[in-house]
Ligand binder design. Structure first.
Ligand code: XBP
Ligand code: MG
Length: 231
C-alpha cells in the first residue's frame, strides 16, 4: 500500500540545471576565477552530484588542490545567485508535476522531496513555481548536506523515509537521472523516471517506468497500475 510520493527536485520538478549552470558561471566570473562551464562541461560534471562536490571535482580536473580553496564560500555565493534567478521567474514546473502533486494530495498521499541541492534552493523553487513555502508543498524535505553521502548513495532517500516513518515499500520515488534512480533503488524504493535535458542519454535499469514526461503516468491510477504486478 503506497502512502507517499518522494520527489527529486533538480530535473524532476523543473528543468533547473541551466539555471544552476548560469549561477555557477556568474559566480566564477564575479570571483575573477576565469572559469566557464559550457553545456558539454556541465553534462560531464553533473555526474558528480552536489555543487560543492562539483566545484571540488573541477579543481581536481585542473590539477589544483581543493584543500585551502574556499569551496563552501564560493558555493554559498552560487546558491544566492541561483535563488535570485529563480525569484526572477525563470523557471516552470515540468509537465504533469503540478497535476500529480495536486491529485496525490487529494487522495491523501503524503509528499516528500529528496534532493542533492540545498534547502534554500528547494524553498526558492517552491515559492516561484507553486507560490507556496516548501513546507506547505512537502511534508518532508530531505535536502543537501543533511546526509554525508549524496546520490547515488541511498542516504537522502533513507532520510526521507525515516522522517515519513515509512518503509520503502510504502513510497515511490520520482527521478530524472541515473544517479537519482540508483539512490532510490538502493534505498529499496520503486522509482518512476522521466529524463530531463541533461539526462536523456542516461540508462535506467530497474526503473518502474521511463516516461517522456510525468503527464504520461496517467496520474495515481496509472501509478497504481504500474505497481500492481509488483504487489
Ligand atoms: C542535482 C544536483 C545538484 C544541482 C546543484 O542532483 O546534482 O548538485 O546540480 O545544486 P539531483 P547545489 O537532482 O539528483 O538531486 O549547487 O545546491 O548542490
Ligand atoms: Mg535530478
Amino acid at each position: 500500500m503506497i502512502r507517499a510520493l518522494i520527489f527529486d527536485v533538480d530535473g524532476t520538478l523543473a528543468e533547473t540545471e541551466e539555471l544552476h549552470r548560469r549561477a555557477f558561471n556568474d559566480t566564477f566570473r564575479a570571483a575573477g576565477l576565469g572559469w566557464h562551464w559550457s553545456r558539454a562541461d556541465y553534462g560531464r560534471l553533473l555526474t558528480t552530484t552536489g555543487g560543492k562536490e562539483r566545484i571540488t571535482r573541477h579543481l581536481q580536473d585542473l590539477g589544483l588542490d581543493p584543500a585551502g580553496f574556499p569551496v563552501a564560500a564560493l558555493h554559498a555565493a552560487k546558491t544566492e545567485r541561483y535563488g535570485a534567478l529563480i525569484a526572477a521567474g525563470e523557471l516552470a514546473l515540468r509537465p504533469g508535476i503540478a497535476a500529480l502533486l495536486a491529485e496525490a494530495r487529494r487522495v491523501g498521499l503524503r509528499l516528500a522531496c529528496a534532493t542533492t541541492t540545498s534547502a534554500p534552493n528547494v524553498e526558492a523553487l517552491c515559492r516561484a513555481c507553486f507560490g507556496k513555502a516548501a513546507g506547505d508543498v512537502f511534508e518532508v524535505i530531505a535536502a543537501g548536506d543533511i546526509v554525508a553521502a549524496k546520490k547515488p548513495a541511498p542516504d537522502i532517500y533513507r532520510h526521507a523515509l525515516a522522517d515519513l516513518n515509512l518503509g520503502p515499500e510504502q513510497a515511490v520515488a520520482f527521478e530524472d537521472s541515473a544517479n537519482g534512480l540508483r539512490a532510490a533503488r538502493a534505498a529499496g524504493l520503486a522509482c518512476v523516471v522521466s529524463p530531463g535535458v541533461y539526462t536523456l542519454q542516461d540508462e535506467f535499469p530497474g526503473a518502474l517506468a521511463v516516461l517522456d514526461c510525468f503527464s504520461e503516468l496517467g496520474g495515481i491510477a496509472g501509478l497504481a497500475a504500474l505497481l500492481a504486478p509488483a504487489q
